[in-house]
Design a protein around this ligand. Sequence first.
Ligand code: C2E
Ligand code: MG
Ligand code: MG
Ligand code: MG
Length: 288
Amino acid sequence: HAKSKGRAQTCFFDHAMTRQMAKRREIEADLRKALKQNELSVFFQPIVDLESGRIKTFEALVRWFHPEKGEISPAEFIPVAEETGMILTLGNWVTAQAAKVAMTWPADVNVAVNLSPLQIRAPGASLGIKNALQAAQLDPRRLEIEVTETLLIEDNHATTLFISELSELGVKFALDDFGTGFSSLSYINTFPFSKIKVDRSFVSSMQVGRRSEAIIRAVAEMGSTLGMEIVAEGVEDIEQLQAVRAAGCTLGQGYYFSRAVPDHLAAILLSKERDSDAQHATIARATG
Ligand code: C2E
Ligand code: MG
Ligand code: MG
Ligand code: MG
């Protein structure tokens, strides 16, 4: 009986695996087409100064609108792009788009892009970034590169070279999804991060447990001592906003402020800020 049960489970497992693999191959084929047929676009999500409420940076997030299947999440297709090497083409394209759009913003607004480990370890990786900056004529100091902890585990020569080469140009680095990977404080000690982005899972569990609050507070304290900004990811409501601000985070990102939006809406968010600045100035003149 035990044996037949075991076989049934193996069978089920095989089916699941086969389905999974078929799905991946399908995504792969679709993604190749999507890259050629302009089905991808870059959206922008604001990262806001928690003191002034102003947008400091927009994070570029790739979007895929499939003509028949609708929107496909990056969580689904980025891993496939990584496995197949398509991430190189895709990633350079995202960076080039992001840099071009950033040129239409005020000069004190930065743009952040996510880079996969593969993009950073590829031969001549920094060239893709430099080309994107050059083509758009964007000041390298306005570009932020977000990397996750998994990248740094394989702390090899190529990674170190990539980071130091671009840092020299003024490009900034942010440690993304902090707290989810194999976190090690030695990464923060080794690499010149200007930002740490505390993962959404800590922010969303703040009200529930005091542990996550203590963790965010400790990270924020370390950040301020080391001259790094701490970004709270996934701020969804006013309670979370108040909590992360109280814990010492300097920047926030999340649906409470805005989702990722297409470039024309990002421009509207910025022009609204400028309008309210102008209004404040007028009031100050009238009353001052
Ligand atoms: P990430 O870099 O950590 O980006 C933040 C993700 O959290 C985005 O998901 C964003 O839409 C989502 N998010 C932001 N605020 C909230 C919130 O308040 N609540 C909730 N529930 N979610 C929020 P998205 O766009 O689906 O991207 C998922 C991941 O895919 C990204 O995580 C990043 O790792 C990867 N990714 C996206 N675009 C690119 C890209 O161009 N290149 C690479 N290599 N990876 C990318
Ligand atoms: Mg990110
Ligand atoms: Mg993140
Ligand atoms: Mg993430």
